[in-house]
Design a protein around this ligand. Structure first.
Ligand code: NAD
Length: 352
């Protein structure tokens, strides 16, 4: 990988490689853009098969955070960190060593909980640095609010595609019944949808099927289901040539990050198949909005009201995509760039 060429092309400002011999910590912190404020992004712990794979993930996810913050009208930058480890290698020493690296950045990077980290883990990191959000004592963790944002996004897409944001009677398939997926199923059940669910963990599938009367589906069958909405809430890159060609859903609205394997090719493939795609970093911004409100003094009402802006932003994006002929993904990137430029100009006016 050509490091400087890669980071310059995607617009990254800084990448840190953190190594702590005593605890065995190996982590990468990527700061994509801090023009509007400190870079925010949760930390993911994953046994990457190679260092290049870890770096690629950190670079891609941190760039997504910049766009996510901008589309959510949050005056913060984008960053992301990955710890290269198996979950069983996670120790208090390793997490605290990681916390010390963050503290040394002196607020330039603010982090929280992502895959394979628990609120307890975040508290270990928090022992060494104050630049942590999303601990349970503060705003209650990001997943429940992320699920609310996905529900609102789904409603906006239904409004745009079917003329009504009432989800009652629609068929919705949820892939992944983790923290976000289970909260989303709860909301969808309350909205009286016909629910189809899949997960590689059979116990989670049985639990959700029992609680909400959902139909259980084998993981590989979820893409070809005859449903109105597909909600990917598991892992990334699930929108690819093989899966899109099976799809019968009219709308894709889910929380997973980096859903498109190739942003351009698969974004266009969805448009060609007349599938309305809710760009991932727009629809899954609820958790980020919630933790941002921790930073400015948490008030639940204000945070949830901010999350409701996801509905309007998506409607704006769908219109923009339709009138310009762009994919919704491209339209969201353009919207983010516009908002960053406007906010930067406003900051310059204030400081002039
Ligand atoms: P999680 O780890 O709690 O849940 C993921 C679930 O997906 C697990 O139940 C897992 O068994 C299941 N899964 C894995 N592979 C699968 C497959 N092939 N088929 C079906 N199910 C599979 O994660 P989460 O916090 O619920 O987040 C879900 C997704 O949303 C992730 O991509 C995450 O990056 C993204 N996201 C989460 C948040 C948040 O607030 N937690 C915010 C933004 C984005």
């Amino acid at each position: 990988m050509k490091l400087f060429e890669t980071t310059a092309t995607a617009g990254h400002e800084q990448v840190l490689f953190c190594n702590d011999q005593a605890s065995g910590l190996k982590a990468i912190i990527a700061i994509h853009d801090s023009r509007l404020g400190a870079a925010m992004g949760a930390t993911r712990l994953w046994p990457y098969e190679s260092e290049v794979a870890a770096l690629t993930d950190a670079l891609r996810l941190s760039r997504g955070m910049t766009y996510k913050a901008a589309c959510a009208n949050i005056p913060m930058g984008g960053g992301k960190a990955v710890i290269i480890a198996k979950p069983e290698q996670k120790t208090c020493e390793l997490l605290q060593a990681y916390g010390r690296f963050i503290e040394r950045l002196n607020g330039r990077f603010i982090t929280g909980q992502d895959i394979n980290l628990t609120p307890q883990d975040v508290r270990q990191i928090n022992r060494e640095t104050k630049y942590v959000v999303g601990t349970q004592e503060k705003s209650g963790g990001p997943a429940p609010v992320t699920a609310i944002g996905v529900l609102l996004g789904m409603k906006a897409a239904a409004k745009y595609r079917f003329g009504s944001d009432n989800l009652k009677g629609l068929k919705v398939a949820v892939q992944g019944l983790g923290n976000v997926g289970q909260h989303l199923c709860d909301w969808l059940h309350q909205n009286e949808v016909k629910l189809f669910v899949s997960d590689i963990n059979q116990a989670k599938v049985s639990k959700v099927a029992r609680l909400y009367g959902a139909t259980a589906v084998e993981p590989e069958q979820v893409y070809g289901l005859d449903v109105d909405i597909f909600a990917p809430c598991a892992m990334g890159a699930i929108l690819n040539t093989q899966t899109i060609s099976q799809m019968k859903a009219s709308i894709i609205a889910g929380s997973a990050n980096n859903q498109l394997l190739d942003e351009q090719v698969h974004g266009e493939m969805l448009t060609d198949q007349n599938i309305l795609y809710c760009p991932d970093y727009v629809i899954n911004a609820g958790g980020l909005i919630n933790v941002y409100h921790e930073l400015i003094g948490y008030q639940e009402k204000k945070a949830i009201s901010h999350v409701h802006s996801i509905y309007d932003t998506l409607l704006e994006l769908f219109k923009k995509a339709e009138t310009t002929g762009m994919t919704t993904h491209k339209a969201s990137m353009q919207l983010a760039e516009e908002r960053i430029t406007q906010a930067e100009q406003a900051q310059m006016l204030v400081s002039a």
